[in-house]
Design a protein around this ligand. Structure first.
Ligand SMILES: [Zn+2]
Length: 351
């Protein structure tokens, strides 16, 4: 999510909360259930320059959300159960599923004990090359480079741009300009470019994946608990919509095969890397449907409606964003009201 969108959403969430608009809208906007999206769960505070902080919440906040969800009479369910309830049209009680992308080690260390304590299910989507020890966390590598650099010059689409990044504010602005420029480029080029930057400051970016990402033995251990579902997240975490259909198929099927070989079970649930409109579209939704998964989730924002039964491979999610670690935002998000406004009251946004 861009910084501007984050600010706008945060403002809208506060306004809705204080005016009580979400409560008034809830009967028409809250849908039948929702799927939360998370990445990192870590206890430590945020550094002054940490643009990826939006992907990180504390274990305490996770527990607050779980308790708030349950107090609201919402069942916390597995993705198999989400699929079943949508398929059967079983909407007696609202439901929520918790999902984690990328397979970070902190999920096992800090999130798992919280779910275990409450005996509640959750899902982790694993990019198989990450679990093989070859994770390319280029967005964190870019953050690292800018943290250690005061000036940077970048050839952006043929124009040489120079950025001052000596203060946290300048680093933040530079990160967002470069990050969103890279997100528009061919992904293999973008990654090569970040690797080049890392070489320039003598930093080996594979250190990040070694430190942060679970390997197969750790995933296998978690997967033994019936509370845990392991889903697929492609092999190399490439934006599917930017690949040819045959490349996309190899990324997806290859990840299913690899997970099946490692865990003995073929994954039934999938998460699109990046997952926004520009990185996962109707062609990819059809591909996942053809490959026979029960559900596939995007990062499009929204709650679930009965109509999603016809769009099981294009499900929206609600991000538990590090920038809104405040319980008042959760009741607004659960009301579905902000997404109803964003999606102009369309229940399904799968085009
Ligand atoms: Zn991801």
């Amino acid at each position: 999510m861009s910084r501007r969108t984050t600010h706008l959403l945060k403002g809208a969430l506060s306004t809705m909360y204080y005016l009580g608009i979400h409560r008034a809208m809830a009967p028409i906007t809250q849908g039948v259930g929702l799927i939360f999206m998370l990445h990192h769960v870590k206890p430590e505070g945020v550094e002054e320059f940490e643009p990826n902080r939006i992907l990180k919440i504390t274990p305490e906040f996770l527990e607050t959300v779980i308790e708030q969800v349950q107090e609201a009479g919402v069942d916390v369910v597995s993705l198999d159960e989400v699929h079943w309830r949508l398929s059967e049209g079983y909407f007696d009680r609202p439901f929520a599923a918790f999902t984690f992308d990328d397979g970070y080690r902190d999920n096992a260390e800090y999130a798992y004990p919280v779910f275990k304590k409450h005996k509640l299910p959750f899902t982790i989507y694993v990019p198989t090359e990450f679990a093989d020890g070859n994770g390319d966390l280029w967005w964190l590598a870019l953050e690292k480079v800018l943290r250690d650099t005061d000036r940077i010059s970048v050839n952006m689409g043929g124009t040489n741009r120079k950025f001052n990044c000596s203060t946290p504010g300048e680093k933040d602005a530079t990160f967002h300009q470069i990050y969103w420029w890279l997100r528009g480029e061919k992904e293999s080029d973008a990654r090569n470019w970040v690797r080049e930057l890392c070489r320039g400051i003598g930093f080996d970016p594979s250190v990040l994946s070694d430190e942060l990402v679970m390997q197969w033995n750790e995933i296998r251990e978690l997967a033994e608990d019936p509370l845990v579902t392991i889903g697929a997240h492609t092999k190399g975490h490439y934006a599917l919509a930017k690949l040819s259909l045959s490349e996309a198929r190899l990324e997806v099927e290859g990840s299913f095969d690899r997970i099946e070989r490692e865990l003995g079970v073929r994954p039934q649930h999938f998460s699109y890397p990046y997952g926004c409109e520009r990185t996962a579209g109707p062609r990819d939704f059809s591909l996942l449907k053809e490959l026979g998964v029960k559900t596939a989730v995007t990062t499009r924002k929204g709650v679930l409606f009965a109509e999603h039964v016809d769009h099981m491979t294009a499900l929206p999610r609600v991000s538990l964003n590090g920038d809104y670690q405040n319980s008042r935002y959760i009741s607004v998000l659960m009301s579905g009201a902000p997404f109803a406004l964003m999606n102009r009251f369309r229940h399904v946004n799968a085009g």
